[in-house]
Structure formats: structure tokens, C-alpha cells
Design a protein around this ligand. Structure first.
Ligand code: DQA
Length: 155
């Protein structure tokens, strides 16, 4: 008797201050809350039959740990991919770069705003060299688009 394969998981990670979505600089980030974003992600995952693991943390080490966890799923063939909005850690964190390289998880770097139309310090990303894809400027709909895009990386 064969057992049915377990469903793959999409890990969506949100970094610092993204818990403030909805009230944080609405002219830049829009009026959707993080709960709304989670709902968008849940609907996108449902379209593909994937499980969603959706997290937010203001602490760099939590995000590193979450990437390591995703790496363990990847090793078991149970990861559809990671969507990471690292917030300001994008522009500062060698630790996140090393975690992505160290686990080799298939990862989309995502930003709600178009970081290239903003301050110069947002133009550099430590994440991009280790990301398989980068997207920015699509607002919160970008999360759903990123999840749909993961379909193209599945065997
Ligand atoms: C952001 C862009 C970053 O520069 C900023 O620090 C954030 C959010 C975005 O989603 O547009 O916190 O990642």
C-alpha cells in the first residue's frame, strides 16, 4: 500500500514593522493589515493545494530560525518555497543572507513598495544575491503573485 504524499508548505516570512501594516505609512504600504495579507496568502495557497505557514517577527534571529526550519522542510521534499519580506533587515542583514545560502531554500524576496523609487539606502539588498526571484512595487497583491509564481519551481 502506498501512502499519499504530504502536501507542500509555503513559508511566508515578514520582518520588522510589518505587524503595523494598515496603519504604517498607508501612502507607501496601503491600508491592508497583516491579517488581510495572510488571508490573501491562504487563498493563493489553496489554489495550489499547499499549506501556508505565515509568520511575522521584529527579531532578526527569529527570521533566521524560520529559514532554517524551511530548510528542514526542503530536505524532506515538503517545501513549495519561501516568500520573504525582510523589511528593513533587507538592507542590513548578512545573517539572513547566510541563512538563505546555508539552507539553499527556493526563495522570493518581496517588497510591498517599489524600493527603487525610494531612499538610496533601500536600493541595496543583502537578500537579492541568494534569492531566486525578487519582486517589489505590487502592493500586498505581490504576496499572492509570488505564491502563484512558486508553481513554476515545482518538479
Ligand atoms: C519593505 C521595504 C523596506 O525598505 C522597508 O524597510 C520595509 C518594508 C516593503 O515591503 O516595501 O519595512 O520591505
Amino acid at each position: 500500500m502506498t501512502t499519499a504524499p504530504s502536501t507542500k508548505t509555503v513559508v511566508v516570512l515578514n520582518g520588522p514593522n510589518l505587524n503595523l501594516l494598515g496603519t504604517r505609512e498607508p501612502a507607501v504600504y496601503g491600508s491592508s493589515t497583516l491579517a488581510d495579507v495572510e488571508q490573501l496568502c491562504r487563498q493563493a495557497c489553496a489554489r495550489h493545494g499547499w499549506t501556508l505557514d505565515f509568520r511575522q517577527s521584529n527579531h532578526e534571529g527569529d527570521l533566521v530560525d524560520a529559514i532554517h526550519e524551511a530548510g528542514r522542510l526542503q530536505a524532506q521534499g515538503l517545501l513549495a518555497g519561501v516568500v520573504l519580506n525582510a523589511g528593513a533587515y533587507t538592507h542590513t542583514s548578512v545573517a539572513l543572507l547566510d541563512a538563505i545560502k546555508g539552507t539553499a531554500v527556493p526563495l522570493v524576496e518581496l517588497h510591498i513598495s517599489n524600493v527603487f523609487a525610494r531612499e538610496a539606502f533601500r536600493h541595496h539588498s543583502y537578500i537579492s544575491p541568494a534569492a531566486r526571484a525578487v519582486m517589489c512595487g505590487w502592493g500586498v497583491q505581490g504576496y499572492a503573485m509570488a505564491i502563484d509564481g512558486l508553481q513554476h519551481w515545482q518538479d
